[in-house]
Design a protein around this ligand. Structure first.
Ligand SMILES: [Zn+2]
Length: 254
């Protein structure tokens, strides 16, 4: 399999996304820290958590673990990396969205948790997408911080709610997963929400994303498309932030 990836920092100081790959797997992660100024009892930032998760995933996936198993163990190891002074049980503990793909024997299997996406281009030509919109589908989203606190306590990393990879290993068991024979898969695109906004906000089709990422510039061309669309978006022009944007394209076959 051939892998190309690109990750671009948004308006923030550092990139809290990460792309990684090995001989038989690829991953994207997108860190989600607490709101600015909120003390969650941890001296680490989202970029640190993403780097630890990424390093542990690399190790586990290189060993041949299945995506959910690799993610569960990687979350547990990341929790241990924090050290005794960190409150990793805080309801707003730093988390990350994750998308993972790997070759397992004659199959390709994948996993998504949080608002990342896995886009599968079938050998027959169609496109199948796995996205995790459980957060967006929850009822009565809160409008103030008091409401958010209640909401997070009730739904974040809770059965029936939504899951993030970071401090709760069980999140891996609630990830969305899929599997197809490798002969039926031509390409797989993993992307963070900085790239999926091309579909969600700017009217692109998922098949467009795979097509753009497959051109000579590879996934970097997707980030160019995002920044181009954002430049004509009145909300972004009036100060809304650019998000970190990351994509990995895995191509099979000849
Ligand atoms: Zn910490």
């Amino acid at each position: 399999m051939r892998v190309r990836s690109w990750s671009a920092t948004g308006s923030g100081k550092g990139n809290e996304d990460l792309a990684a790959s090995g001989d038989r797997w690829a991953v994207v992660l997108d860190g989600a820290g607490p709101p600015a100024g909120m003390d969650v009892g941890c001296e680490h930032g989202a970029a640190w958590v993403v780097a630890r998760l990424g390093a542990h995933l690399r190790e586990r996936l290189d060993l041949g673990l299945a995506p959910a198993e690799a993610l569960r163990e990687s979350i547990g190891r990341t929790v241990a990396d924090h050290g005794p002074a960190c409150d990793t049980a805080h309801p707003r503990a730093i988390g990350a969205t994750a998308a993972v793909v790997r070759v397992a024997g004659a199959d390709v299997e994948w996993l998504v948790v949080g608002d990342a996406a896995v886009v599968i281009e079938r050998s027959s030509g169609g496109v199948a997408v796995t996205t995790d919109d459980r957060l967006a589908r929850l009822p009565d989203p809160p409008s103030d911080e008091a409401g958010v606190r209640t909401y997070v306590a009730r739904y974040r990393n809770r059965p029936g709610g939504f899951w993030v990879a970071g401090a709760v290993p069980e999140a891996a068991d609630h990830a969305l997963t899929g599997r197809l024979p490798r002969t039926e898969v031509r390409r797989v695109l993993l992307c963070t929400n900085g790239v999926t906004r091309l579909v969600e906000r700017y009217g692109y089709a998922w098949a467009d994303l795979v097509r753009i990422a497959s051109t000579g510039r590879g996934p970097a061309a997707l980030v160019d498309a995002v920044r181009g669309a954002e430049c004509t978006d009145p909300e972004v022009r009036s100060g809304r932030r650019h998000d970190d944007a990351t994509a990995v394209l895995v191509e099979f076959g000849d």
